[in-house]
Design a protein around this ligand. Structure first.
Ligand code: 0WD
Ligand code: CA
Length: 390
């Protein structure tokens, strides 16, 4: 029999049921709540357990093929990088195709052995292939954790995070908020050009090989990517996440030789520097700190998109600059908040089912709410190729 979806009494159309159980909404303000005893919560140094590459067609490879090498200019204080160059040949990633966390799941499927416990490693190949438990509490992209860390100090952009508990692991996946969708649609030509500047900057300072030279006459693309996969722990929460890494600097003295590239407008006044520290450096710090990247290479540009100088910023020295500012941000608050949020997720998402989605929503400066989505909702993100063998 054909089902009617038009009838007024068909309640199954309403996929979204407000989560009305005992878990109250999680507060994000006042930030003093997340000061705790003032000490940093336990955060284990992230360790790289693998990596993945995405080629120009965004196809997954379980390797380091897309890793780039940092090629510093002769004089970092005096450069001339025209970031608008080649804008009309930009090969842009298809943003309409949503990738969810599929590439991380592909990496997990290629690296099941890395999740086995010591006693499980002794079992037969057949038995080992049956083991789906990752012995990991959370799996997500690093960008999602960056957003969570910045939440206590963020006043503009909210977020939408879908969570599915599957075989003991909480998988987290970000979705665009309505406001973000609107912003993307309404981007002006100037904004699109400025978004290109960041990608072009990377091309000016990288090569495919350690002794290679930058090829700045070739088209820039934002499809290729190299991502590190790391394991870490925050208090009671074991984490596996992956983040894009811009390049490696084989000359670096630090044990982690990865570097992050950023561009920003040159700072001309104290007010500009203050805003840079308050609103931009928090994001730069959170992003690089999460995967243990010690160095950020910052390109200072003018309004015409020409970089005139570079600066090496040490990730670990960033928080002190924030503390020196009047009502700056505090890394202790960021990490305590993340710990509290992950505990809240564990308390709230209790049904272990690959098709059940808990949707967490946040609009600053409000509370974090959660709604339970029924199977088949637009927020369901674990693919059957990942779940059907388990
Ligand atoms: O939730 C996320 N962050 C998702 C990321 C959801 C689904 C896919 N991805 C992809 C990104 O496109 C990227 O290739 O995963 C890869 C890395 O994720 P991430 O490291 O967790 O992302 P994030 O830390 O937010 O951004 C790191 C870099 C960006 O560098 P800048 O300097 O701009 O922070 O990843 C790149 C970009 O280089 N990136 C993107 N590249 C193409 N299209 C995009 C995008 N939409 N977003 C970030
Ligand atoms: Ca970057």
């Amino acid at each position: 029999m054909k089902r009617s979806y038009g009838g007024v009494d068909d309640s199954s159309r309403d996929n979204k049921i407000k989560y009305a159980r005992t878990e109250p909404a999680l507060k994000t303000r006042p930030v003093a709540v997340f000061k705790g005893d003032g000490n940093f919560p336990y955060f284990r140094q992230p360790t790289e357990i693998g990596s993945l590459s995405l080629d120009i067609k965004r196809n997954f490879h379980n390797d380091r093929s897309m890793l780039k090498h940092y090629v510093p200019p002769n004089d970092i204080h005096k450069v001339r990088f025209d970031l608008t160059k080649g804008y009309h040949n930009f090969i842009e990633k298809d943003e309409t195709f949503k990738e969810y966390i599929n590439d991380i799941l592909k990496w997990i499927n290629c690296n099941r052995d890395k999740f086995l416990l010591e006693e499980e490693k002794k079992k037969s190949v057949e038995e080992k292939n049956q083991i789906r438990n990752l012995h990991t509490d959370f799996v997500c992209w690093r960008g999602l954790l960056t957003k969570l860390l910045c939440t206590p100090f963020e006043n503009r952009e909210g977020w939408l995070i879908a969570v599915t508990l599957y075989q003991g692991t909480h998988y987290l996946c970000e979705f665009d908020t309505e406001s973000r969708k609107r912003q993307k649609q309404e981007m002006s030509e100037r904004q699109k050009e400025m978004a290109y500047w960041g990608w072009k900057f990377e091309q000016y300072v990288t090569a495919d090989k350690p002794d290679g030279l930058p090829k700045t006459d070739e088209p820039v693309n934002n499809c290729e990517a190299f991502c590190t996969v790391v394991r870490s722990r925050l208090e009671k929460h074991s984490l596996l996440f992956s983040g894009e890494v811009d390049a490696i600097d084989l000359q670096a003295k630090e044990p982690c030789k990865y570097v992050e590239f950023k561009t920003t407008r040159q700072l001309d006044s104290y007010r500009q520097e203050r805003n840079f520290i308050k609103f931009k450096l928090i994001k730069w710090w959170a992003q690089s700190f999460l995967v243990g990247i010690p160095t950020i290479i910052c390109g200072y540009r003018d309004d015409g998109g020409v970089v005139r100088s570079l600066e090496k910023i040490e990730t670990l020295k960033i928080p002190q600059r924030a503390k020196d500012e009047r009502d700056g941000w505090d890394p202790v608050v960021c990490f305590n908040f993340l710990d509290k949020f992950l505990s809240h997720v564990k308390r709230t998402c209790t049904k272990d089912d690959s098709k059940t989605v808990y949707l967490f929503e946040w609009t600053p400066p409000g509370d974090i709410t959660c709604s339970l989505q029924n199977p088949g909702s637009e927020f369901q993100f674990l693919p059957t190729w990942y779940t059907e063998n388990g």
